[in-house]
Design a protein around this ligand. Structure first.
Ligand code: NAD
Length: 354
């Protein structure tokens, strides 16, 4: 997506004079429901790249909700902060942001993302704004989304195993996980419990060492995380990792992970197909956190209902693989086609996950 080709509805911008931060709330689509997406807080090289990031991520949310068949729209907020922002100034910024959400009056709902936590959502909610999800359980929220996202990735891995090996179980499959943060570590726990042979890469040697001790997984150097031989690679760290330079070096049968924006561009999906690597589109695989948290907090779901909805990612992914096969397109193109069909159908009051 470039700034010129963006098809979204609005971008609200606000300068926070007290801190020098700039806030961008990108509303991409309200076709299926109110735009809903995380608030990312980080330092950007300039305001233009922060704005573009918000727009790109909001568009990705439109596809994520539509592919998950969930009645929410695509939106995302970016708070571009100066590198030296102090904790006390940060809290004031979050409160002013909370008031901005109230001013928007439900045009945008948000939760945690890169650089923001459930505790930050508590601070935002203290302003009285009702448009915030993923507060801590102590404050009545559903907490962070990492465990739900990991569950969705696990269900997607089972689907990929079923497609490749005729058996959904990851038992005895060698699975390399890139990144052992919130999602990666919880995914590794599930994989280890299911009997997979797990290897993991992360520059954070401490976090990796703890997992190796606790679960007996293999630690591999972070620079070789992508090319290590395996049955299945689970990127759970960075975006843009699948590109013209890395794809020829891959040593895996499938890619199924949580990281957003894994493909450097749409042509990479074809490159993967030509190499015979089964790619599970990231926006289908990593929707579990968004679906569960929004379902629990906005629709009053219990944990069982949330788990069933997140496990539904397996069925969506099967449809994506089938459509890619029958139409001769990449799995990424097939997933986009399914999401666009859903967007064309418009609002369906029954649609709140499966
Ligand atoms: P996180 O920040 O907790 O963890 C990321 C981990 O990746 C860190 O441990 C970091 O050290 C590691 N890392 C950085 N560079 C690396 C490299 N070159 N090789 C290997 N590891 C590297 O993030 P998270 O919440 O676990 O999310 C992981 C990814 O999934 C991100 O791309 C995020 O946008 C995406 N995602 C997360 C959620 C969620 O619910 N948390 C939902 C959807 C998508």
């Amino acid at each position: 997506m470039t700034g010129d080709s963006w098809t979204g509805e609005d971008v609200i911008e606000r300068d926070d004079l007290e801190t020098g931060a700039r806030i961008f709330v990108a509303l991409h689509s309200s076709r299926l429901g109110p735009p809903t997406g995380g608030t990312r807080m980080k330092t950007y090289p300039d305001a233009g790249s922060a704005r573009r990031d918000a727009m790109r991520l909001a568009e990705a949310m439109t596809y994520k909700w539509a592919a998950a068949d969930f009645a929410r729209g695509g939106g995302k907020a970016v708070i571009a902060v100066p590198p030296d922002l102090e904790a006390s100034a940060r809290e004031g910024l979050l409160r002013r942001y909370g008031r901005l959400l109230s001013e928007l009056g439900g045009r945008f709902y948000t939760g945690g993302d890169v650089g923001t936590s459930s505790s930050d959502m508590d601070v935002i909610a203290e302003t009285g704004t009702p448009y915030v999800f993923s507060r801590t359980p102590e404050r009545g929220g559903a907490g962070g989304s990492g465990s739900w996202t990991a569950l969705g990735v696990f269900a997607a891995i089972e689907t990929a195993c079923e497609r490749l090996f005729g058996d959904p179980s990851p038992r005895d499959r060698r699975i390399v996980v890139q990144g052992v943060g919130n999602v990666g570590a919880l995914l590794i726990e599930r994989l280890a419990a299911a009997g997979a042979r797990v290897a993991a890469a992360d520059p954070n040697g401490e976090a990796l060492g703890r997992l190796r001790e606790r679960l007996g997984i293999e630690a591999i150097p972070s620079e070789s995380g992508l090319e290590a031989p395996c049955d299945l690679l689970a990127p759970c760290a960075l975006g843009g990792i699948l590109n013209a330079e890395t794809i020829p070096r891959l040593n895996t049968r499938a890619i199924v992970g949580a990281a957003n924006d894994q493909l450097a561009g749409p042509e990479e999906a074809l490159r993967l197909r030509e190499r015979g690597v089964l790619y599970a589109p990231d926006f289908v695989v990593n929707a579990g956190g968004a679906v569960a948290i929004t379902g629990i907090e906005a629709l009053g779901w219990g944990a069982d209902r949330a788990e069933a909805a997140v496990r539904g990612i397996a069925g969506t992914l099967r449809r994506v693989f089938d459509l890619a096969e029958s139409s001769g397109v990449s799995t990424d193109a097939a997933a986009r086609r399914l999401a666009e069909e859903r967007l064309r159908r418009g609002t369906d009051p029954q649609a709140d996950g499966r």
